[in-house]
Design a binder for this molecule. Structure first.
Ligand code: FNR
Length: 340
């Protein structure tokens, strides 16, 4: 049951695709005609909290837990290793419940012994489960995913969300590695960001709407879809600005509908340290193969380098100082929420 759900998510994610609006079209970058930079001088390394990444692109959490997912994780890990990207595995609860499922996650560490690997569980996890998930992969960080609306639409999903913050706090206090709290595509508003920061969370991955849509995916799995919920959530650009009201620059990642190097650069200019990508990388891998995925990552890196050169930012932190104009519905949202 759980295993077939893993492949359902992969199949439906490929079908529902990546056509949404993550809000970044409302962000206009201000050009720089006198950039003090060259494509040679630009470097793409970045830091998020204590984590040092050689690229701002993170292969975000997707899968594991079923036989068919092992090959996906292996090939994603090959691409991550070849291009120096950090990579998260999908929720490890399937392996916590049944150790026979461990190999589909462990393959990521086996393929990439020296790379940055993130473990992943939901907010129902306790400290002991979180420690097991980290140890399973010798993970460099632990992601806790928040996905309330996905669970509520999922026919077999959780219905009780009491005590999430307390569990997150206990995990943060107990683990030896940084904890990243992430949404899966509905965004994290600043009120929740403040509570998470208070609980000691070091890194936030805002996971906004506009990319893989887990309301639509779970609705596609339902006999009676709750289609009106397909638009639930905050676009990635908006939730990024919300989170940055509370979390300092250097501690926030942007995920959700990141498709191009321009999307990545816009998220970085807004103050993100890195951009997570899931659905698009999965699609390229499944439809075109590992070599094409590596080629796509190269194109993204080249595009980021080109734009950083044009903006005169030799380092990712310098992008945070570059001006951007917020227009359209994102500007309206910011005005209504007092974000400047
Ligand atoms: C996901 N995502 C996800 N996230 C998580 O924290 N744990 C998980 O197990 C999964 N599972 C999963 C399966 C599949 C098939 C996809 C495509 C995605 C969510 C993912 O990490 C990311 O937050 C969202 O997909 C939004 O990013 P994109 O896909 O729009 O780039």
């Amino acid at each position: 049951m759980r295993s077939s759900r893993k492949m359902d998510h992969v199949q439906y994610a490929l079908q529902t695709g990546q056509s949404g609006n993550q809000g970044l079209s409302d962000v206009k970058l201000v050009p720089n005609c006198l950039p003090d930079a060259s494509t040679e001088s630009v470097a793409l390394y970045t830091t998020i909290g204590e984590l040092k990444l050689s690229s701002p692109i993170v292969v975000n959490a997707m899968t594991g837990g079923a036989d068919e997912t092992e090959a996906i994780n292996r090939e994603l890990a090959v691409a991550a290793r070849e291009r120096g990207l950090a990579m998260a595995v999908g929720s490890q609860m399937a392996a916590i419940r049944d150790p026979r499922n461990e190999s589909s996650y462990k393959v990521v560490r086996q393929v990439n012994p020296g790379g940055l690997v993130f473990a992943n569980l939901g907010s129902e996890a306790n400290v002991e489960q979180a420690e097991r998930a980290v140890n399973m992969l010798q993970a460099d960080a632990f992601q806790i995913h928040l996905n309330v609306m996905q669970e509520l639409i999922m026919p077999e999903g959780d219905r009780n969300f009491h005590g999430m913050l307390g569990r997150i706090q206990r995990i943060v206090e107990a683990l030896q590695v940084p904890v990243i709290v992430k949404e899966v595509g509905f965004g994290i508003p600043r009120e929740n960001a403040a509570a998470l920061r208070e609980a000691g969370v070091q890194i936030l991955d805002v996971g906004g709407s506009g990319g893989t849509n887990f309301a639509a995916i779970e609705n596609a799995r339902r006999e009676v879809p709750l289609s009106w919920l397909n638009e639930w959530g905050m676009p990635t650009g908006v939730t990024l600005l919300e989170a940055l009201q509370v979390f300092p620059k250097g501690s926030v990642m942007a995920t959700g509908g990141i498709r191009t190097s321009e999307d990545i650069v816009k998220a970085l200019v807004l103050g993100a340290s890195a951009a997570g990508m899931a659905g698009l990388l999965l699609k390229v891998l499944q439809e075109e193969g590992t070599a094409a995925l590596i080629e796509r990552i190269d194109e993204l890196h080249e595009g980021i380098t080109l734009m950083m050169t044009a903006l005169g930012a030799n380092r990712i932190e310098e992008l945070w100082k570059r001006p951007a104009v917020i227009t359209g519905s994102m500007a309206q949202w910011c005005a209504a929420r007092g974000i400047d």
